[in-house]
Design a protein around this ligand. Sequence first.
Ligand code: UDP
Ligand code: MG
Length: 313
Amino acid sequence: MTGKTDYFGTVVIPLFNERESLVELHRQLTAVMERTFAGHELIFIDDGSTDGSIDALRELRAGDRRVKIISFRRNYGKSAALSDGFKAARGDVVITIDADLQDNPEEIPGLVAKLDEGYDLVSGWKLKRKDPITKTLPSRLFNLTTSLVSGIKLHDFNCGLKAYRGEVVKRISIYGELHRFIPVIAGWEGFRVTEKRVTHFERKYGRSKFGARRFLNGMFDLATVMFLTRRASTPFHFFGRVAFLFLAAGSLITLYFLVIWMLGHGLRVRPLMVGGLVMIVIAIQIGSFGLLAELFTSRVERTFAYREHRIDD
Ligand code: UDP
Ligand code: MG
């Protein structure tokens, strides 16, 4: 694999009630990071743990100043934890890893080597996943759908173990539960995204924090991500189309009744007639909503600076 690189490396570790794993995780990470990077930092984000994880972290920091701690007052979720870790990260290369020892730190050098092949994000792919079938099956469905819909061809979007060029984590913004879509967001931002097979272990201590409930939310989130990345800069193109369809249908129907009336036939209220009028009203609503979205976007757009890519040398 790779030997030592010139990079400064940051590991971002979100954790929620993972006290038993922390000492072992710190030991394994430190060994790998010292071997692979010129310097490193380990950013632990305690996402409102109630099991004393924070005390374990303080102890680690007392013995190793490369340990940085971000502590949330309550449980905000993995996306929030990653997001704040990304903001604090100083590394040329940033690694994310779960805190529960299910991911293997020994995979890090391989991921970094893959970055060096010219990628901006390398996502782990848990080929032999060590989780109960109640998780692996829905997960498969999720990955398949996301891959099809997003056009980003990965097998395992949600693997906790990933490696990024520093630039990437500064430019993608995640909130809510969007961490599952990091490769999609990065891919659509124009970053080169790939995957690499990694080993996966069973959970040793504690419990999984995610249940099956997440998969319905996952579908909503996919719609959000699709809309944000593909449509957010031209909302009227989307809403305008929908409005146009309604307006065209409504107008045709109304025109039909107008012609009948002009030919001298008496008019009665008919379901189709009401339908036509309702469609016109809907068209006006959706259309003006799209224009409002456009107005909003034109304001926000001015504050977007992430698009530029400075090349100074
Ligand atoms: N995690 C977190 N905040 C949460 C839920 C989870 O920081 O609200 C962390 C958790 O401690 C672990 C990682 O995210 O380090 C992955 O969580 P988990 O192992 O429960 O997910 P699974 O492996 O079961 O998909
Ligand atoms: Mg886990």
